[in-house]
Structures are given as C-alpha cells and as structure tokens.
Design a protein around this ligand. Sequence first.
Ligand SMILES: NC(=O)c1ccc[n+]([C@@H]2O[C@H](COP(=O)([O-])OP(=O)(O)OC[C@H]3O[C@@H](n4cnc5c(N)ncnc54)[C@H](OP(=O)(O)O)[C@@H]3O)[C@@H](O)[C@H]2O)c1
Length: 279
Amino acid sequence: MRKSQFTGRIALITGASAGIGREFAMQLAPALNTIVLVARRGDRLEALESELTSINPKLKLFSCEVDLRNRDQLEAFCDWLDESGLSIDFLINNAGLGDHGPFRESEWQRVSSMLKVNVYALTYLTFRVLPFLRRSKRGAILNVSSIASFLPVPNSAVYASTKAYVTSFSEALRAELRSSNVSVTVLCPGPISTEFLSLATRAGEIQNHMAPEWFVVPVQQVVREALEAVRKDRARVVPGAFVNFTMTIVAFIPMFIKRLVLNERARRDVTNRQSPSTV
Ligand SMILES: NC(=O)c1ccc[n+]([C@@H]2O[C@H](COP(=O)([O-])OP(=O)(O)OC[C@H]3O[C@@H](n4cnc5c(N)ncnc54)[C@H](OP(=O)(O)O)[C@@H]3O)[C@@H](O)[C@H]2O)c1
C-alpha cells in the first residue's frame, strides 16, 4: 500500500475497539494526521490509543464511547463532530453485529440492534459527515458490508438483509457522488477470524457455522485490500482471491438454483441444531 494517499488525512472509524476496525486504525496510523475512534468499550479504545501513539507519536487521537444503537448518543456525537472543527475526510463505517439462528426464534433486542447499528447508524453518520467530505479536496467513504449482502442467507436473514442494504446504499451513493470529490467503496469480506462470530452465536447454541479454514481471510489482508481499493477508487472489494472467485461464480448462478441450495442449507442447519453431536 502506498501511504501517500492517506497522508495527513482525518479519519473516523466506527467499531474501532476490535477486529477489522482496530486493524484499520493500526494500518492507517503511520499515515494519518488524526483518527476519531468510535465504539462502546472505552478501555479497548484507550489501549488502542497507546498502541497507535507508539506507531506514530504525532497522530492526534479522539476516542469516543458511543453506543450506535442509541439515537441520542449518535446525534450528540455528530453534534460534537460539527463543533470540534475536525474536518473528516475519510469515513470508515465499520461497526456491525450479526446473529445466527432462525428468525422465528430471534431475540427482538438483537434484531433491533442489527437494524440500528448496521443500517441506521451507518446511514445517519454518512448523512452527517458528508458535508465535511464534500468540503475536503479528497473525501472517501468506506462502508463495511459482507459477502452475505449478495444473496439471502437462511439463519442470518436479518444480518444478510442489513448488509444487502449497505452494499446497495454504497453503490447508489457512489453513483450520486461520481462528479464530486468524494469516493465511495464498499468492502464485502467473507469470513474473518474476529470476535464477530462468537458474538453472533446465540446463548446456548453451538458455534457450528464457521466457514472452512481455507475460506477464511486474515484480517490484515482484508484491511490491506480494502485500503488499496479506496486508493484506486474502486466501487467494491471482496478480499481474498478464492472468496472473490467464488462470489463471482455465485453471481452467475440463476436464482432458482440458488433457492434449492438455500433450502437445503436451511434444512441442514435445522438438523444440526437438533443433533449437534453429529456436526
Ligand atoms: N468477521 C467476519 O467474519 C465478518 C465478515 C463480513 C463482514 N463483517 C463485518 O465487518 C464489520 C466489523 O466486524 P468484525 O469482524 O471486526 O467484528 P467485531 O470484532 O465483533 O467488532 C465489531 C466492532 O463493532 C463495534 N460495535 C458493535 N456494536 C456497537 C454499538 N452498538 N455501538 C458502537 N460500536 C459497536 C464493536 O465495539 P464495542 O463492542 O466496543 O462497542 C467492535 O469494535 C461488521 O460490520 C461486520 O458485519 C465481518
């Protein structure tokens, strides 16, 4: 990655306390002027601040404990941004959460959290930060979606739908902003080894929905490829050659065949949940 593209920029990263968001901060730290880190866990952000400072002592850091499910906190945070004088020119909408299991057995609180964080907060932040991005000479938005956005996923029905929203929203916004100085890129990773999967597993359930090892892409590679895509002003990035190839093939499969596979997958999941010892 050439650093020049990000040198001196002011970035806002949501979900910076763990996983992909944290890795974005680590890889961008040598180049950026300022990072605004957003998450709920303040202790994690504090620890990250020390690591980032040791990478780049000149880096200015703002850790903001915001629960993105909470509209008052979200609005207050955006008001603070307006007043802070920080002219964000790189927005990374990364915070997100999942849920695994049949929709009929969902906890409403989790469904609601996914809609609020994955969809509402991402859209609202984009709306509030866009004026800063438009004022800067080179604004960039990177929205973190998923390969789950490309097709319906039984037993992750709401999660996959929220990510379909993120991918569609990003592509449409990119088209709207094409004649401006603001680029929009959507990151659609496959499975990555972060806290995400265990947090998406319901209480009392066995975590048996992990993808095979060869399909998992290291978080460092995901972030490297995502930043490269922003640098090259790409619309979409699916990190990992094998994941990318697979999703390209999937795109050409007719929907009626996909439905047969999805039905079978949903049926297998039910069987696995009934007899986990056979998994
Ligand atoms: N891991 C995967 O396999 C995978 C695959 C495709 C796409 N993705 C997407 O990648 C993004 C990052 O996931 P990850 O793998 O890095 O997961 P992760 O390790 O669980 O990190 C999620 C981040 O989101 C933040 N977050 C969650 N709820 C929040 C809330 N209510 N308010 C503020 N921040 C909140 C968390 O911070 P706090 O808990 O401290 O608030 C954490 O920093 C998500 O959008 C996810 O959908 C992940």
